[in-house]
Each structure stands twice: as C-alpha cells, then as structure tokens.
Design a protein. Structure first.
Length: 115
C-alpha cells in the first residue's frame, strides 16, 4: 500500500487548509488512517486518526480546530485545519495501519503558518 498525500502550503495565522491522502492497492485492509506531524527540531506527533468504524483520536492541541474524515470506499482520509496557528507549522505525514502489513507513511507535505 502506498499513500499519496496532497494539500498543505502557506497560510496566515487564523486561516484554513486541507490535506488529503489516498491509499493505493485495494486488496489490503486498512484499519486506521490519519495524520502525524513533525515540527522543526521536534519529534513526530499524532494529529488525528480515524478507524474503520469512524472513531477518532485527536490531539488536544488541535481539538476543536481540526476535523478528520475518512471515505472507506475510496480509501481516503482528509484533514480540515481551521484557525491555524504558527505552532501548527510542520511536515504532515499521512499514516495508515494496514492489516497484516504494518504501518505505512506518506511522503509528507509541508504546512507553514505565518504569524
């Protein structure tokens, strides 16, 4: 399974951006999809994930501002980011837990929030 992410870019604080990610190879079941991010000089951290059943796990730092959604039929996951802050700046990685195959990561997409 490969993950192809799109979206991101440069936005002013308070603005909005969207990220999307599509998984290839439909013969493998994906249990969890989501997004992680890595800010400069920091470790990669969870942003939000969603299970097949739609249960979400959202980081406290983005709760109420970010919304994650998933389309199981299309094997896509999206992240809508509102009220962005400079501390949201980082490389955002799409993530998928593939049943029997382990974790998969997308190539990373840069989000820059200017103050």
């Amino acid at each position: 399974v490969q993950l192809q992410a799109s979206g991101g870019g440069l936005v002013q604080a308070g603005g909005s951006l969207g990220l999307s990610c599509a998984a290839t190879e439909s013969e493998f079941r994906i249990t969890i999809m989501g997004w992680y991010r890595q800010a400069p000089g920091k470790q990669r951290e969870l942003v939000a994930t969603v299970t097949l059943n739609g249960d979400t796990n959202i980081a406290n730092s983005v709760k109420g501002r970010f919304t994650i959604s998933r389309d199981n039929a299309k094997r896509t996951v999206s992240l809508r980011m509102n009220s962005l802050k400079p501390e949201d700046t980082g490389v955002y990685y799409c993530y998928a837990a593939v049943l029997g195959r382990g974790p998969r990561w997308g190539q990373g997409t840069l989000v820059t929030v200017s103050s």
